[in-house]
Design a protein. Structure first.
Length: 227
């Protein structure tokens, strides 16, 4: 069972997930990075460019999902170094410090809240320019127009995006568009209308992007629903 709540950290989400059955789990790309807690370990989920399939035995997970672009400043590493990876926090921070934090979360009455507090004590506010970039792309603004509005050249925007999100602005825009489309489709909006409202050329274009980014057809992803 999956549950989430808004974090006290602006733009972040605290979530818990206890799978109800066997079989692989699937995490879709969303432009975000997460600090994870599982089986007594602190881990980091880097930015995904495709669905991340969890093949291990089902177990309880919890995490804090950062606002897009906010995690690298907390972690102290650029996002592209963690792209499509799950790594132990001890690979990024001193092992002794990570052991102390793991003990703190493990003994807390509410581990999810303890995990959130670890982040709140260390995090710095996200850069306003990155917030504006995410907002523009999430609204469907073209990358070139967004770069002009932010006063950035194409190369500078790409470099800033790699460090903040793990990939370039076009990939980020594509992932955010996928999330917009899935949100509509899950509400029962027909696939053709979903495609038109979220900036796809047509339903076939939406289907191709879902298959490439999510690793399965849209109808299957939505539990067998047709278009």
């Amino acid at each position: 069972m999956y549950a989430e709540r808004a974090s006290r950290l602006t733009g972040a989400v605290v979530w818990t997930n206890t799978p109800s059955g066997a079989g692989p789990g699937r995490v879709l790309p969303d432009g975000c990075m997460d600090l994870l807690w599982n089986d007594g370990r602190l881990l980091v989920a880097g930015p995904d460019t495709h669905a991340y399939v969890i093949e291990s035995e089902p177990s309880a997970w919890m995490g804090l999902r950062f606002h897009p672009g906010a995690a690298p400043a907390f972690l102290g590493v650029p996002a592209y170094e963690l792209r499509d990876q799950r790594v132990e926090l001890a690979e990024l921070w001193p092992a002794a410090e990570v052991r102390r934090l793991q003990g703190r979360v493990a003994t807390a009455a509410d581990p999810a809240t303890a995990l959130e507090e670890v982040v709140l004590e260390r995090v710095t506010p996200p850069e306003p320019l990155l917030i504006r970039l995410v907002e523009a792309l999430h609204a469907g603004r073209p990358v070139a127009a967004t770069a002009d509005e932010l006063g950035l050249g194409a190369r500078q925007l790409h470099r800033r995006s790699l460090a903040a999100f793990g990939y370039g602005p076009k990939t980020l825009a594509r992932i955010l568009r996928l999330q917009r489309a899935l949100a509509l489709a899950r509400r029962g909006v027909p696939f053709a209308e979903t495609a038109a409202r979220t900036g796809f050329a047509d339903q076939a274009h939406l289907a191709r992007d879902v298959k490439e980014l999510a690793g399965m057809p849209l109808g299957e992803l939505l539990g067998g629903r047709g278009g």
